[in-house]
Design a protein around this ligand. Sequence first.
Ligand code: F6R
Length: 223
Amino acid sequence: MRIKRNTYQKICHVIASNIRDLVKHHDFSVLGLATGSTPIGIYKELSYMKDTDFSNTLTYNLDEYVGLDKHHSQSYEHFMNKHLFGKLTFHSNHFPTEKLLPYYDAMIENSKGIDIQILGIGTNGHIAFNEPGTPRDSKSRIVDLTENTIKDNSRFFDSMDEVPTQARTMGIDTIMKSKRIYLIAHGKHKKDILEKAINGDITPEIPASFLQEHPNCEIYYSE
Ligand code: F6R
């Protein structure tokens, strides 16, 4: 697999433009969305696209913390409202809430699957919150976050003790069924893990390595 290198702004522009093209040329589209610092630039670009009608587009977010109310400043629902959903109106936006989690995979399947899935990558190689050791056939479920992820995400909280230790995540199996995937790694601290995930062995120890088996996945890196 080839890693496409460019500036963060250019990558976000290309991905946002591809999303716009998808939405413009289809009566109905489904997006899979990530949170975290990486996709913010894509959402910024999308939010300028006021001439595009997203009212026939459904969204499914990858994950949500367990134990944080949706109004909590660090909940992923709050994040999405702030960066995208408060600016653009979609048909409907879905999160793996406690109520929806048991039906999440079936809901996505009934929506005819995800047309474009945006992914970031954790410094331990996780995609969504599928942590090292996750099997390829994993479904949407509750997971324990690793020490590494809790530490990485503590930058958004006042202290490490406040970071939830569990999350609800889309599984690898559902992610792999997406028709097109864009993974972005942003920052030098992601360089090594990206290289291993994309050019190393395919292994549950680096969940992002399963993407090597996806027929339509593009990998982007910016320093
Ligand atoms: C978040 C998600 C995670 C992040 C990853 C990178 O919805 O799915 O896998 O993409 O932890 O996070 P950032 O972008 O903050 O470095």
